[in-house]
Write a protein that binds this ligand. Sequence first.
Ligand code: ADP
Ligand code: NG1
Length: 455
Amino acid sequence: MDTERLARIEDHFKTKFGSTPQFYARAPGRVNLIGEHVDYCGYSVLPMAIQQDILIAVASNNMSEINLSNTNPRYCDFSNTVHDIAIDTTRPFWYNYFLCGFKGVQEHLGLSETVGMNCLVDGTIPANSGLSSSSALVCCAGLATMAANQQTISMKELAEICTRSERYVGTQGGGMDQSISFLARKGSAMLIDFEPLRATEVSMPPGAVFVIASSCVEMNKAATAHFNVRVAECRIAAKILAKAMSLRWQEVVKLKDVQDAQQVSTMDMLAMVETYLHPEPYSRHEICSALELSNTQLDSMLLSQNTTHVQSFKLYQRAKHVFGEADRVSEFRLACHGAPGQGGTDAAFLRSVGELMNASHSSCRDLYECSCDELDDLVNICLKSGAVGSRLTGAGWGGCTVSLVPAERLPAFMDGVRGGFYEADPRRMHQLAENFFATEPAAGASILKHQPTAN
Ligand code: ADP
Ligand code: NG1
């Protein structure tokens, strides 16, 4: 851990709360290598943790209060009692994410009294950029709450608790971010499977570098409906497909439930999308008639607070993306098995995973419609500058790309993207080092005991 950073946080903490922190909790952000918008459909994803993290300095208080401060002045102070945690889903306040982690662990522990906490939050993950700063904050708050109450919860359980509790902010994510933040291992990307949650190390061959580049377009997920609209489209597509296939469609929630019930491959599911869904958008009326639902039932069963206004739904395109992307995750994982050191060849490995990443980006752009012009430009510049694969990472509609670059091409790649994308618009040169960097698989969340600094 960076001792200068700890000393700076300790000083800030003393000034703010008049005591030293008792411990620090830390949770990393992540970059998703492949498997976008499939976790909430039940499918596996392949992320790795990054070095950038949320670090919270913590001291308990005996006033049953949560007192939050942030080293970044953009985020205002906040206080609340530990009782009756209410999370306002109508506004994307930063501290809502802390409260999600706190409340999730509080409910899980079921203690008659949760200890009060003075907390100073310090974050290094670019926010609203698809690198999972929000989940790192939720996870870090959950971990800090567990430790302040001197309890032990396994990392796996914490991941599941924080996945559920982040939904208190109103977004209906799938669990990738919280799982990798808790279960990451230094040096490995991880295949994350759901139901049951499982994390398996996937080693990348030497000679390949992943580079993260921000499009410099921020997307605050909790402030828009884009994300939840996609979740709703996938849920509706699952029901319509299941009903058309005469499955027990009332029990089907996710697209993977349909595949599991049919016991066929994801490729077969792609063919079934062609048979049973049409490319024209579905109206509310068509969905309600197909599922024998009233408009009110559609709202309450399949939509969420911020999606009830939506009138038309692209089911064919979304389902095609999900089954195709699920298949690419399996292919990527298989390619890694055959990577150098395990019998494959460098060039073949790089070519095959690069192609999968490129296909993933095209699918996100054309079928899932979660890209934007700046991300598409950046992906093209990354490929022209020597990447073998490049794609948006995270939720999209802005945020970052991840590119796979052969190590020997890295310097030329960095120069090419800097010149082609960042220098082309001087506003993008701001904080370049934070927005454009090579990354390696980092470790998962942990508690650090406080070590007093020299002065
Ligand atoms: P991301 O892809 O980064 O997770 P989201 O839109 O889901 O994007 O969440 C970003 C939000 O998380 C920010 O708008 C802010 O409310 C919160 N956040 C991120 N980093 C910090 C931080 N260092 N301190 C406080 N809040 C943060
Ligand atoms: P980010 O990029 O952190 O907003 C979101 C979801 C993930 C996943 C990805 C898309 C949350 C907390 N995270 O991530 O579960 O669905 O989008 O693959 O909702």
